[in-house]
Ligand binder design. Structure first.
Ligand SMILES: Nc1nc2c(ncn2[C@@H]2O[C@H](COP(=O)(O)OP(=O)(O)OP(=O)(O)O)[C@@H](O)[C@H]2O)c(=O)[nH]1
Ligand SMILES: C[S@@+](CC[C@H](N)C(=O)[O-])C[C@H]1O[C@@H](n2cnc3c(N)ncnc32)[C@H](O)[C@@H]1O
Ligand code: SF4
Ligand code: SF4
Length: 400
């Protein structure tokens, strides 16, 4: 029988919750039908969290998974080993929920590091409690860290996260840097009318300390399903907001599949409003509609002085990067999600608990990845488009 590339083959045990088998003869690794290969594994350690960010969780929290439903340390270590040794995983991101709330976090990292001495292992965290754990995380073998920080104003931080923990997060960021978990990257989701106009001062603060700040377009992954395209701050708006104080020029380093488009940052020379500089109203507010683009040509970046650092913009909605996506996700309960917006997820942990061999687990993972959607959980990009369906899971329950 001839095998047509791209046509999933029927399988005898196919049923609910099982991916169709990928075509025979498909290349090894976590390849999908659009020719992308996932080498970047993102593993959620828990669905629990101690913050309630409005763009992610509802105020009352979510019903947490039972301890039994969540992967144990041993199960995590085995799944990562299969990813690395059999499927070509080249980097690992630990995420959640909030990974720091997991009591056996240090043991997990130490075991992963012992199995994979060269593997880059990073973690995305909200930073609460990081001040006390940063040195131990480094000693256990964590390579580097990303901390979410949406505002430096206590009131705004508390409004966004629904918890008054700004000081603890700031202490965590500094401790991570001091412990050698750099480069420290900071993630800020901009929300219209809440922290958007704070973006230049947040960037100035990060540059002063040598942290790499990234601004993130809000995606429709909030448990409240309150996202609207109109309310989202776009990458174009972010660039405009920053251009009041800074001049951005493309970072010459290759993007290499990263979600963040990086820019070198220079402080804008006095009296040089660029073509993208916004005109602020009396309250210092700017919105897409208000952006005024004066006539004139921007001076070359070099004219503004030295590069102070870099900034990233993650434009998942308006400038998607799905065609170069290299990600595979495992949720806290051991489900394979080939895309953040997948409507189908496939069980790996259940199969593992049935006593499956490494090979059988690797094949399930490969089959699940073969049917990875082209973009945004669909066969085309379009977060918020008429045919887009928001996943039932929130970002915290997927593993951001
Ligand atoms: N559309 C899309 N957005 C993603 C994906 N992964 C992460 N993001 C977004 O990018 C943000 C930053 O993710 P992080 O986990 O901090 O790290 P990263 O940018 O993926 O990776 P590094 O630069 O290597 O640290 C997340 O908060 C998401 O908003 C993805 O697979 N698809
Ligand atoms: C889900 S959190 C998990 C790790 C940790 N709790 C934290 O906040 O860093 C990972 C990242 O997802 C981002 N995120 C959550 N909901 C998002 C949304 N609706 N759109 C874009 N990014 C989101 C957060 O800002 C955070 O940087
Ligand atoms: S973004 Fe991270 S810290 Fe905020 S609620 Fe979601 S999981 Fe928790
Ligand atoms: S939306 Fe899906 S395909 Fe696009 S970058 Fe994110 S995970 Fe990859």
């Amino acid at each position: 029988m001839s095998v047509q590339l791209g046509m999933p083959q029927p399988r005898e045990d196919a049923g609910a919750g099982l991916p169709p088998a990928r075509p025979a003869g498909t290349a090894p690794g976590l390849l999908d039908q659009y020719g992308r290969r996932a080498t970047d594994m993102r593993l959620s350690l828990t669905d629990k969290c101690n913050l309630r960010c409005t763009y992610c969780m509802p105020a009352e929290g979510l019903e947490w998974l039972s301890k039994q439903a969540v992967m144990s340390a041993e199960e995590i270590v085995r799944i990562v080993r299969i990813g690395v040794e059999l499927l070509g995983v080249r980097e690992l991101r630990l995420t959640g929920g909030e990974p720091l709330v997991r009591a056996d976090l240090l043991d997990i990292i130490a075991a992963l590091r012992s199995n994979h001495p060269e593997l880059p292992i990073s973690m995305t965290t909200n930073g609460v409690g990081l001040d006390k754990k940063a040195a131990a995380l480094k000693a256990a073998g964590l390579t580097r860290i990303n901390v979410s920080l949406d505002s430096l104003h206590e009131e705004t931080f508390t409004k966004l996260t629904r918890r008054p923990f700004l000081d603890r997060v700031l202490a965590g960021v500094d401790a991570a840097w001091a412990a050698g978990l750099g480069p420290v990257k900071l993630n800020a989701v901009l929300m219209r009318g809440i922290n958007d106009t704070e973006s230049p001062s947040l960037l100035a603060w990060a540059l002063d300390r040598g942290y790499e700040l990234r601004f993130i377009e809000q995606m429709p992954l909030d448990a409240d399903h309150g996202w609207t395209r109109r309310n989202m701050i776009t990458a174009a708006e972010i660039r405009t907001l920053l251009s009041r104080d800074f001049v951005l020029s493309p970072d010459p380093r290759a993007r290499d599949g990263a979600p963040a488009e990086r820019f070198e940052v220079r402080r804008r020379a006095a009296g040089t409003a660029g073509p993208d500089s916004p005109v602020l109203d009396t309250e210092g507010l700017v919105s897409a509609a208000d952006v005024h683009r004066p006539e004139g040509v921007e001076a070359p970046p070099e004219a503004h002085g030295p590069v102070l650092g870099t900034v990233g913009i993650i434009a998942s909605v308006t400038e998607p990067f799905c065609s170069d996506c290299r990600r595979t996700r495992i949720t806290a309960e051991g489900k394979i999600m080939s895309c953040l917006f997948s409507r189908e997820e496939f069980d790996l942990l259940g199969l593992l608990r049935e006593g499956a061999s490494d090979q059988a687990l690797a094949e399930r993972w490969q089959d699940a990845m073969w049917v990875k959607p082209k973009a945004h959980g669909m066969d085309h990009t379009g977060l918020g488009a008429a045919d887009f369906v928001q996943p039932d899971r929130s970002m915290s329950a997927i593993g951001g």
